[in-house]
Design a binder for this molecule. Structure first.
Ligand code: BMA
Length: 314
């Protein structure tokens, strides 16, 4: 990884790590990928736009988390029949992977003429994938499931759309992964701040000694359009609806050429991060909705940023 002083995430010096040129079937972008470890390998599920503007999900594998090879066929394309078909007609987007024991839960945005819902699928081997349920009504995105039950229930962060309130991060619980409720708002955009337009969950939360670390995205509206950056928040281990700190500063902003320029300019968007045994974490992000990038951070530094200089959560 490249060293650059003063930044909390060190970008890999050979970013971008995956582009449309690496994909053996026709796609226009490679971005917003969920990443996990499976069977000693890093597995990446990435979003691609087709030439009709709708999205599908491809899969790539890697031994080192940096050099990925794309599988010959897409992993998930819109359902053509059954209860999911009507809600995936316009595409499947932004997959997140949550390892729950031997099972890998995959949440993704399902677009259709009825709006955007979040669907839940699962796989045990990254070969066969089974859709379980549509787990939100319309106009939700960015669902990330905690990798452990909390107080006997599954927990997730999500982001409903609202015309009344700025788009915020919520928590919800479920006894069975299908029925979700007991929802509560946790993090709202802060006025005149880098995330003042909207915030949304990014990578599935991961456990640290001091709390659940939540890497989220925040958006600022400028005269030149929206700027997507990444932020970090720390949630209580026993009760993740309690915020221990939301870092005042962003942890990553668009800077490299392929982040400031591309299909949608000025975007870094995270759907996956992989904590390592040595106290570092690999953070993956889509650059300008066009390519995939990776960087590393010290988990301790991210936790420290949340605790030492927090901003109000709500
Ligand atoms: C959001 C989503 C993301 C995308 C981002 C920037 O609203 O559509 O998938 O990366 O905008 O275009």
């Amino acid at each position: 990884m490249a060293e650059s002083k003063g930044t909390i995430i060190q970008r890999y010096e050979k970013n971008p790590i995956l582009t449309k040129l690496d994909v053996p079937y026709p796609v226009e972008t490679v971005h917003n990928a969920g990443v996990t470890k499976y069977n000693g390998q890093y597995i990446m599920l990435f979003r691609s736009h087709l030439r009709n503007g709708r999205s599908i999900v491809g899969m790539a594998a890697s031994d080192d988390g940096v050099h990925f090879r794309v599988k010959p066929e897409p992993f998930l394309t819109p359902a053509k029949e059954g209860p999911f078909a009507a809600y995936e007609e316009y595409g499947v987007e932004d997959p997140r992977i949550c390892a729950m024991g031997d099972n890998y839960l995959i949440t993704y945005s399902a677009y259709s003429r009825y709006g955007v819902r979040v669907a839940l699928a699962q796989t045990r081997d990254f070969e066969r994938v089974e859709r379980i349920s549509l787990i939100t009504q319309t106009d939700h995105r960015n669902v990330v499931i905690f990798p452990e039950k909390v107080g006997g229930r599954y927990a997730r962060l999500d982001r409903p759309h609202s015309e009344i309130s700025p788009w915020s991060i919520w928590i919800s619980y479920s006894p069975d992964l299908i029925h979700w409720g007991d929802s509560k708002v946790l993090i709202k955009p802060l006025s005149y701040h880098w995330d003042e337009m909207k915030v949304g969950p990014g990578a599935p939360p991961f456990k640290t000694a001091k709390g659940w670390l939540n890497i989220f995205h925040g958006v600022f509206r400028t005269m030149d359009g929206a700027v997507y950056r990444l932020g970090a928040a720390l949630h209580d281990l026993q009760d993740p609806s309690t915020l221990l700190g939301v870092a005042d500063e962003w942890i990553l902003q668009p800077e490299d050429l392929w982040e400031v320029s591309g299909y949608v300019h000025n975007v870094v968007f995270c759907c996956g991060a992989v904590p390592e045994d040595d106290g570092t974490i690999k953070i993956y992000w889509g650059g300008a909705d066009s390519v995939m990038c990776v960087g590393t951070a010290q988990i301790e530094d991210l936790v420290g940023l949340c605790l030492s200089n927090p901003r109000p959560a709500l």
